[in-house]
Design a protein around this ligand. Structure first.
Ligand code: A3P
Length: 325
């Protein structure tokens, strides 16, 4: 039997099995031999029970803040690097390893009751994420929020303008959306971030490759905005969180903000900051028609896919699938 010193052996191994260069983290406690190697002072308990995967601009931050109001639900500590989200499974943070990820989660105050979660809103449309999540937390529940992708694209564009992105400031929404292959790379990049997350069927199918539909909960963004109390009730039932609380006590509509806000124990209302729920001009009809055509095929597939989930076809999708004028 031939061998080599450890470092050289490592190089040799990856030379022979290059496909294994890409790490994939699994839960060390799921396999007894790994668990035996895992130091006694470490736990496998600081991993999420559920993840809000996005997509961006659908109300993920509002949902995150509503969930944090529940005494049995605890979120990750905010990451100083990426607008509070951990963004572990979709970025190079993944290579920082399990300890790095687990350090974001608090100890469970009541081990059998407390549910841990994180939300990173661009997990939804990332190619690698479902596979990585399934490897590490195969029993985690996945929460997805869907809104009319045309509105989502528009909201993202104004989000970028709000953050003074020069491309968004210097290019109209119509020009971004309709940019062709010869457009500047920055415009094409912005176009991609406006359009791609809204190809819901394409992304959902990827999640379904790794998670059964019953482990995925779909929330409709309009419902979250207009009737968050009902949304929170069905989400709590899906998560089996205890106690089941009536969110009518914890959420109140703020006419100034135009959205529901969280009522704190002191009675004070806490709304999301200015960057969430801002007002912008309506979309012109030509751009809307263009986008309806753009999303038509994907939306048709989405309406078929939704029958696998415990959810209704939302009104915007029904309207959108009607004949395009
Ligand atoms: P706009 O800022 O375009 O109105 P996310 O947190 O996923 O980025 O989503 C932001 C969007 O959440 C906002 O988009 C807003 O429409 C929506 N939203 C839903 N419920 C909200 C709430 N209670 N407070 C603020 N924004 C809310």
């Amino acid at each position: 039997l031939l061998s080599l010193p450890p470092v050289e052996l490592g190089f040799k191994y990856f030379e022979m099995f290059p496909q294994e260069k890409e790490p994939i983290w699994t839960n060390p406690c799921d396999y007894y031999r790994h668990k035996e190697l895992w130091p006694v002072n470490k736990t496998c308990d600081r991993l999420p029970n559920f993840i809000i995967v996005g997509p961006q601009k659908t109300g993920t931050t509002a949902l995150y803040s509503f969930l944090n109001r529940h005494s049995s639900v605890k979120s990750n500590k905010p990451s100083p690097k990426s607008f509070e989200e951990i963004q572990f499974f979709n970025t190079n943070n993944y290579y920082l390893g399990l300890d790095w990820y687990m350090d974001f989660f608090p100890q469970r105050s009541k081990p059998n009751e407390t549910l841990l979660f994180e939300k990173s809103a661009n997990y939804f449309d990332s190619e690698v994420v479902p596979k990585r999540v399934a490897a590490l937390v195969p029993r985690a529940k996945i929460v997805i929020i869907l809104m009319n992708p045309i509105k989502r694209a528009h909201s993202w564009y104004y989000h970028m303008r709000y953050h003074k992105d020069p491309t968004a400031l210097n290019t109209s929404f119509h020009d971004v959306i309709t940019a062709n292959e010869y457009a500047p790379a920055k415009v094409k990049r912005l176009q991609m971030r406006c359009l791609s997350p809204g190809l819901y069927a394409q992304h959902l199918v990827r999640w379904l490759d790794y998670f059964p539909a019953k482990q995925i909960h779909i929330i409709h963004s309009d419902e979250l905005k207009n009737d968050p109390v009902s949304v929170m009730e069905s989400l709590q039932k899906f998560l089996h969180v205890e106690p089941l609380i009536n969110y009518a006590r914890y959420l109140r509509y703020d006419p100034g903000k135009g959205f529901y806000c969280v009522v704190q124990d002191s009675g004070q209302m806490e709304c999301l900051g200015k960057s969430k729920g801002h007002r912008y001009p309506p979309m012109d009809k030509a751009t809307e028609r263009y986008l309806r055509r753009y999303y038509k095929k994907n939306n048709t597939n989405l309406s078929k896919l939704l029958s696998s989930f415990n959810t209704e076809v939302p009104e915007w999708l029904r309207q959108d699938l009607k004949e395009i004028p």
